[in-house]
Design a protein around this ligand. Structure first.
Ligand SMILES: *Cc1c(COP(=O)(O)O)cnc(C)c1O
Length: 425
């Protein structure tokens, strides 16, 4: 596609954009009385107006019905979480029985690792990426120690080649071969939070399975952003948070995928609680735990309905639009952002470097930009001009044009603001 960096051209793309009408469905912050250009949907998605309605509904039911709300609310609370499985299964590429929603992301990864990381004397190593998101590093280190192992022996980090910004698939597969039968678990962020690189989930999963390893994916930045086919790709388990691309609000509930081949195995080690118990018999208060034969069998506590409500509102919007349309726009608008940034770089001789892969299959909505000039000053300038971006040490800003609410005009306006910062490059 040949783009143009002009207002008229950006507006023409907005006119053709079937998702343009969704912009009005979100509440935007303002800076200097003007709607911001919001590029941090990879960190905290904007608030859908429908989320406010769904939360109010729960508050009203609670006020009017109190305990009776468990069974007689507009959307009864006792199985409220089940409403999310079907629409989420279409986002994750899964069967609806393979999806549940509970807790928060790191907590869920702990819960899932309790089942899927069962080290033995000869098979105990975990392969993860170097410089993984900090919470994932702490998660893995603490899980290893929980089993009485030493992190420096049990954790094998995938490395990038010197001078390169992204991991190479062949290096990942080679590392798996090298660790071989000692690999108990491969656990990687499906879309790297720092560079925006998408991993080849299908190939890596199949490769590690040859050695009898389990393979789990942290999909914090992938869910609601890129194409996923977790069932078909034979992934063992995955989890994601709902507040990034899925717009469910700060700290809202996390989604989990557990492949159906595990659902009926009652002997699996798991952290059990009453919400994972046989649904028909949950309130009989029996002594013996009988796991629900689906991903819901990993539920523990009765879930926070106030955190599920905005998530449900948000994923119903995903369902209306469909992932295919979102991904189509995601690819086009990200390419347009890349084009505008390269055009501005030429115009003002700016020396920033895009470190996100160029191939559309290897990235989602995010472009990470390494700033070689006065990075922090440029970041502050953008924020003051109403461009909300985020900063990652040592010198990276991340820009995420989110298909639901970013317009092509936003991208053009951003380019104009960037041009005026020529002293900061
Ligand atoms: C955002 C993010 C998290 C956040 O975890 P919480 O438990 O929701 O705080 C974890 N892992 C990755 C890779 C993330 O991007």
């Amino acid at each position: 596609m040949t783009f143009e960096n002009t207002l008229a051209y950006a507006k023409s793309l907005d006119e053709k954009d079937p998702l343009a009408k969704y912009r009005d469905e979100f509440n935007f912050p303002e800076v200097n009385g003007k709607q911001v250009i919001y590029f941090t949907g990879n960190s905290l998605g904007l608030q859908p107006k429908r989320a406010v309605e769904y939360v109010n509904e729960v508050m009203n039911d609670w006020g009017a019905l109190a305990v009776e709300g468990h069974f007689y609310a507009e959307k009864p609370w006792w199985d409220y979480h089940e409403r999310l499985s079907e629409p989420l299964s279409r986002i994750a590429g899964a069967k609806s029985s393979e999806i549940t929603v509970m807790n928060t992301l790191t907590v869920n990864l702990h819960i899932l690792m309790t089942t899927f990381y069962r080290p033995t004397a000869s098979k105990y190593k975990i392969i993860c990426e170097e410089k993984a998101f900090p919470s994932d590093q702490y998660l893995i280190q603490s899980q290893v120690r929980l089993h009485g192992l030493e992190p420096k022996e049990a954790i094998i980090e995938l490395k990038k080649r010197p001078g390169e910004h992204n991991f190479r698939l062949e290096d990942i597969l080679e590392k798996i071969d090298e660790v071989g039968e000692e690999v108990a678990l491969v656990l990687i962020g499906g879309l790297n939070y720092y560079t925006g690189q998408v991993f080849d989930i299908k190939t890596i999963t199949a490769h590690a399975h040859q050695y009898g390893a389990k393979v789990g994916w942290d999909l914090a930045h992938a869910a609601g952003n890129i194409e996923l086919k977790l069932h078909e790709w034979n992934v063992d388990f995955a989890a994601w948070c709902s507040y990034k691309y899925m717009n469910a609000g700060p700290g809202s509930a996390s989604g989990c995928f557990i492949h159906e081949r595990y659902h009926t195995d009652k002997d699996l080690i798991r952290l059990a609680g009453w919400w994972g118990h046989n649904k028909e018999r949950r309130f009989l208060m029996e002594k013996k735990f009988d796991a629900v034969e689906s991903a819901h069998g990993w539920q523990i506590s009765n879930p926070s309905i106030l955190s599920l409500a905005p998530y449900l509102a948000s994923i119903e919007m995903f369902d209306e639009v469909g992932m295919e349309a979102l991904i189509t726009k995601q690819r086009e608008i990200t390419a347009y952002l890349e084009f505008v940034m390269e055009d501005v770089a030429k115009a003002v001789n700016a020396n920033y470097e895009l470190i996100t892969p160029k191939k559309e299959i290897e990235r989602g909505s995010q472009l990470s930009v390494f700033l070689h000039g006065k990075g922090k000053d440029l970041f502050s300038y953008l924020m003051n001009e109403g461009v909300i971006v985020d900063w990652r040490e040592p010198n990276v800003v991340r820009l995420a044009p989110v298909p639901f609410y970013t317009s092509y005009e936003d991208i053009y306006r951003f380019g104009e603001i960037l041009k005026k910062a020529d002293s900061l490059f």
